[in-house]
Design a protein around this ligand. Structure first.
Ligand code: NAD
Length: 303
C-alpha cells in the first residue's frame, strides 16, 4: 500500500462543493437565479435526521436555498403527495429529495413517482432511470455519480476497461453499471446469486463493491493495479478500541472490501470512511445546480 493509491474522497468532495458554489455565484450574477433544494423527512429515524441536517448545512454553504419539511411518522400518504405536488409547482424549488426509508404506511414508489422528474435530484424516478440507460439528460443517483467522477479523475478515459459491479440495487449497483457502460467499459453486474465472484474480480480493471457486507471482498481477489471503489458502509464491533459505558465493545465503520490487503494490490482504492461517502452530498448539490440550470433553459456547467 502506498499513500498515493488511496483516493481521498473527502478532499475530492470538498473540491466538487467549491466548484458548485462558484457556479452558484455565477448563476446568481448572470441570471439572478439561486438554486433551491427542499428535503422531506418523515418520522424520527436518527440516521436519516443526521443525513438531512448535513444536507441542509452543505446546501447553504454552497450558496443555495435549503428548506426542510419535517413530518410526523404517522403522516398519511396523501399529505406527503400533496406536499410533493406543491413543491413540483413552486418555481423556487429546483430540487426535491424525500429522505428514505419512509414509514410503512407510505408507498415509497408512489411518492418517488409523484416527484417532477426534472426536480428529482436523487435520480430515482423511472423517467430519470430511463434517461440514464438511454443516454439522454438524466439526473443521476448521487452515490454512483460520485463513484464515476472519482474513477474518471483517477483513471482518465475508462474506455475498454473491464468493470465488476457487486450489487444490483436501484440506488447504487444498477445506475453504477449504466454509468460505466456509458464510459465504454465492459461491465459485469454481480449479486447475491453470482457463483464465481472471486474469479470475476480477479479479471477486473475496476471493482465497485456495493453490498453491505463487512470486508467481503478479499485482497487476493484484486488484480494488481486495479481500481477499487468501496461503497459499503458497515458498522462492526471494534474491541481493540475498548468498551463503551454500557460495557459493550466500541464500534467502527468498515467497507465491503478488506482494505489493508486490497490496498496492497490495488492501483487505487477508496477507504471507508472518507472515500465514497462524502461524495454523495456533493453530488446532490451538483444535481440541484444542474436541475436549476435546465429548468431555466441554461446549459449546466460541465462539473
Ligand atoms: P442493497 O441491500 O439494496 O443491495 C445490496 C446488493 O448486494 C444486492 O443487490 C445483493 O444482490 C448484493 N449482495 C448481497 N449479498 C451478496 C453476496 N454475497 N455477493 C454478491 N452480492 C451480494 O444495498 P445498497 O443500498 O445498494 O447499498 C450497498 C452498500 O452501500 C451498503 O453498505 C450501504 O450502506 C452503502 N451505501 C453507501 C452510500 C454512501 O456512501 N453514501 C450510499 C448508498 C449505499
Amino acid at each position: 500500500m502506498t499513500v498515493d493509491n488511496i483516493i481521498d474522497g473527502k478532499a475530492f468532495a470538498a473540491g466538487l462543493r467549491r466548484k458548485v458554489a462558484a457556479e452558484v455565484v455565477r448563476l446568481k450574477k448572470d441570471h439572478d437565479i439561486t438554486p433551491g433544494l427542499s428535503v422531506v423527512l418523515v418520522g424520527n429515524d436518527p440516521a436519516s435526521a443526521v443525513y438531512v441536517r448535513n444536507k441542509g448545512e452543505q446546501t447553504k454553504e454552497a450558496g443555495m436555498v435549503s428548506s426542510e419539511h419535517r413530518l410526523a411518522a404517522d403522516t398519511p400518504e396523501a399529505d406527503i403527495l400533496d406536499l410533493v405536488n406543491k413543491m413540483n409547482d413552486d418555481p423556487s424549488v429546483n430540487g426535491i429529495l424525500v429522505q428514505l426509508p419512509l414509514p410503512h404506511q407510505i408507498d415509497e414508489n408512489k411518492v418517488l413517482a409523484a416527484i417532477n422528474p426534472n426536480k428529482d435530484v436523487d435520480g430515482f424516478h423511472v423517467t430519470n432511470v430511463g434517461r440514464l440507460w438511454t443516454g439522454s439528460d438524466a439526473l443521476v443517483p448521487c452515490t454512483p455519480l460520485g463513484c464515476i467522477l472519482m474513477l474518471k479523475d483517477r483513471l482518465g478515459d475508462l474506455s475498454g476497461k473491464s468493470a465488476v459491479v457487486i450489487g444490483r440495487s436501484n440506488i447504487v449497483g444498477k445506475p453504477m453499471a449504466a454509468l460505466l457502460i456509458a464510459e465504454s467499459c465492459t461491465v459485469t453486474i454481480a449479486h447475491s446469486r453470482t457463483v464465481n465472484l472471486a474469479d470475476l474480480c480477479r479479471d477486473a480493471d475496476i471493482v465497485i463493491a456495493a453490498v453491505g457486507r463487512p470486508e467481503m471482498v478479499k485482497g487476493e481477489w484484486i488484480k494488481p493495479g486495479a481500481t477499487v471503489i468501496d461503497v459499503g458502509i458497515n458498522r462492526v464491533e471494534a474491541p481493540e478500541r475498548g468498551l463503551k459505558e454500557d460495557g459493550s465493545p466500541k464500534t467502527k465503520l468498515v467497507g465491503d472490501v478488506q482494505f489493508t490487503d486490497a490496498a496492497g494490490k490495488a492501483g487505487a482504492i477508496t477507504p471507508v470512511p472518507g472515500g465514497v461517502g462524502p461524495m454523495t452530498i456533493a453530488c446532490l448539490l451538483r444535481n440541484t445546480l444542474v436541475a436549476a440550470c435546465r429548468q431555466n433553459g441554461i446549459a449546466p456547467p460541465p462539473i
